[in-house]
Write a protein that binds this ligand. Sequence first.
Ligand code: DI6
Ligand code: FE
Length: 403
Amino acid sequence: MSSTLWRGARLATLAGPRGWGLVENGALVVQGDRLLWAGPVADLPAHLDVTAEHELNGALVTPGLVDCHTHLVYGGHRGHEFEQRLQGVSYEEIARSGGGIRSTVAATRAADEDSLYASTLKRAQALMREGVTTVEIKSGYGLSAEHEARCLRVGRRLAETLRLSVRTTCLSAHALPPEFAGKPNEYISAVCAWLPELHAQGLVDAVDVFCEAIAFSPAQTRRVFDAARQLGLPVKLHAEQLSDQDGAALAAEYNALSCDHLEHLSPAGVAAMARAGTVAVLLPGAYYFLRETKLPPVAALRNANVPIAIATDHNPGSSPTLSPLLMLNMACTLFRLTPEEALRGMTVNGARALGLVDRGQLVAGQRADFAIWPHEHPGELSYWLGQQVQPRVVWAGQERVNP
Ligand code: DI6
Ligand code: FE
């Protein structure tokens, strides 16, 4: 089978458990949608059947970015709540008075599927322009069987039209919709009842819950996780974002792929995640935008060898950003990650948070998803603040035109 050679690159392979895995004057050999070989040009195997060759003149190449936590599908925006919060009203107060997630639910239900698709497409394209090759997309602004299905279908449609890998997550337990006001347990029963139907339609890759004082309790979370387990679906959790609910330990019991946010994570939660191999997804955009002050326990996560991922958490209420690179910067400045940890967080560990082991490092056998940057060193991906850079991107072995 013929292959394509990319040569003359500075590779940040991220091979192995730590370090950049830098290769000077490196080469990638791509066959189909896979990397057949990665290493120094000097060691290129002989007798390769190369039919196309690209000289990169020393450009930096990293694995494609994996944004493992987004709420990309929604109608409207929440600029008015941003102003309220600037005047001192808290995110929780806005949520309790019927705004917040529920105001986006109203706007999402009012939009038809094509306009939801059109607005989500623009957002997905913005992520792609910054080097994203795999994105997770959650539902959670529909909150009925019909509207959740619609949001998840938008995710699937994007995967069909864009040169982008999409994983969908059902987050129906995100907030209580108005028709279930005062009846959270009944709403959870409804979610557990429609999950098999959404799954049967092929719309769900994982199941998530917002476990929080302003959302759902650990007991309610458990009921959704039991329903997911019955269907053989992996789970993730919005855990310990605004308070410690012991959500991470609960999620670890279910071998959760990831626990996300985690500002209020306890030492017991860290230990439970370490035992279960659950990824800690840190979301500096939400921390920044909600002006939080309690930092996630990065040192404890590190010491316990919990893999750390970084994502945009793009959503209209708490993290309206479409810049994965800005998140890398914030992961370093706000959370004190090293630039290498930050990049691992949006490549190999982001993939792990989605249960994907076939991407995130430039090593033979992995998917040929990579980004070519106009930088000298991979640390620059998190160093430049608000950089406007559009890398060349190879997805599934072929160069993709920037949308
Ligand atoms: N945590 C978040 O930060 C987002 N969802 C969640 O469970 C916020 C969603 C929103 O405010 O619209
Ligand atoms: Fe989120």
